[in-house]
Design a protein around this ligand. Structure first.
Ligand code: MEV
Length: 439
């Protein structure tokens, strides 16, 4: 019988790196060429970097890990995460296991269109401007699709709508903003959207007699929302209440909301990076969406279901691509995409939304029970040992001692690690030998 993904999840973290690679190879998540590529240290040839940015001097290497235990919409995933922060991967795997055993994760994407903006900063007559644009709407859509977005149209997407918004200038007058709504299919769509908006500049100026000031896509894509839901059927009543309270805190207080959302992004950004997606765009969209009613709020909500369970919802724009850009050029991103096995951009965004929500649950559980330090610092002991200058063979001993200090004092720092290492080395120094007398 061939091994399934779930067969390798148990004890995965205890394996050596080589064993992990072999396990992923065995279940088909990686190919032997991927294992060879990773074993040799991944991308080294800087000529690809030169294609992406200017003034290249090398690559910045981030650790690439995998999140296990995820079953999303009834399907198992092994999820690549490129991130440097200790305990993110461990926490998300542990929380995913909890949900796998006691609940479910479901996801959906609501809406298809991304948004582009064309600004006319100083207009003579907003009502006339709006009337003109709306009367030419079908033409503007048709000409954009014919002249610019024809590739998308072939794939079932393209420009779908044109809208006009009145935006106050703050001095009692208004500016006009034309919104272009476009289905980007499996692309993130930034380039094509910007091209469409710039193409429309001329006809808009001709039809309205007004001047276009600038054209650019919007990252606040409230027309395409990804939703993930975690449902734990059975949960300790006290814990459920605490998580609900923590969620209310993040809903009502922007100071807490920022930290809560950072924790959600701990799950989201690493997948965006691993798959070559624009994490700044997603972050900007999520934060803007979190402030949509005028106050910055949590993008996750948790509440008890009234039947002894707990339900959590993540809802935000999560615009990603599976074609074009870094995703299809960077060999590590390509490998990660294969490992994930998500066919479409929507499927990728659903997985990402699920991981963000699960990461949030892990953080809220820790925060409302043992506190964040325990798990985090336990894993952080290795970094501290390394920071103190411990050699590979000394690390386990330093870590053990640091864990003892942590258990006793509830905190540890780099200076503890330095002291522990000093003591360890002093203890291991050969004692001055007593002279041997030979008769
Ligand atoms: C730390 O990287 C993330 C947390 O602060 C998230 C949260 O507070 O919910 C633990």
């Amino acid at each position: 019988m061939t091994k399934q993904l779930q067969d390798i999840f148990k004890g995965f973290s205890k394996l050596s790196r080589e064993e992990r690679l072999n396990a992923l190879l065995e279940v088909g998540a990686l190919q032997s060429s991927d294992v060879e590529y990773l074993s040799k240290g991944g991308l080294r040839d800087t000529s690809l970097g030169e294609k992406f940015i200017e003034n290249v001097i090398g690559y910045f290497q981030l650790p690439l890990g995998v999140a296990t235990n995820f079953r999303i919409d009834g399907k198992d995933f092994v999820i690549p995460m490129a991130v440097e922060e200790t305990s993110i991967v461990a926490a998300v795997c542990k929380t995913a296991k909890w949900i796998r055993d006691a609940g479910s994760i479901t996801t959906e994407v609501v809406g298809n269109e991304i948004i582009g903006q064309i600004q006319c900063a100083k207009i003579k007559d907003f009502v006339a401007f709006e009337k003109q644009i709306l009367s030419q709407k079908n033409f503007l859509i048709e000409v954009s699709n014919r002249e610019v977005a024809f590739g998308l149209v072939r794939r079932g997407g393209g420009v779908r709508d044109i809208q006009v918004r009145r935006v106050p200038r703050g001095d009692g007058t208004d500016m006009a903003v034309v919104h272009v709504l476009m289905d980007p299919c499996d692309a993130m769509g930034a380039n094509i959207m910007n091209q469409v908006c710039e193409y429309l500049k001329e006809p808009i100026e001709q039809f309205t007699g007004e001047k276009v000031t600038m054209c650019i896509l919007s990252n606040l894509v409230d027309s395409k929302i990804t939703r993930s839901t975690v449902h734990l059927k059975n949960i300790d009543a006290d814990l459920a209440e605490k998580i609900e309270e923590a969620s209310l805190f993040a809903q009502q207080d922007p100071y807490r909301a920022a930290t809560n959302n950072k924790g959600v992004l701990n799950g989201i950004d690493p997948i965006l990076i691993a798959t070559g997606n624009d994490w700044r765009a997603v972050e900007a969209g999520i934060h803007a969406y979190a402030s949509r009613d005028g106050q910055y709020r949590s993008i996750t909500r948790w509440h008890r279901d009234g039947e002894g369970g707990l339900k959590g919802i993540f809802e935000a724009p999560l615009i990603v691509g599976t074609v074009g850009g870094v995703t299809t050029l960077h060999p590590t991103a390509m490998m990660c995409m294969k490992m994930l096995g998500t066919e479409s951009a929507n499927d990728l965004s659903r997985v990402i939304a699920a991981v963000g929500l699960v990461q949030n649950l892990g953080a809220l559980k820790a925060l409302t029970t043992v506190g964040i330090i325990e798990g985090h610092m336990k894993l952080h002991t290795k970094n501290l040992a390394l920071g103190a200058g411990a050699e590979e063979k000394e690390i386990p001993m330093v870590q053990k001692k640091l864990e003892e200090i942590l258990a006793a004092r509830k905190r540890i720092s780099l200076s503890n690690a330095i002291d522990v290492l000093k003591e360890l080395r002093a203890g291991q120094r050969p004692k001055p030998s007593t002279p041997q007398h030979h008769s």
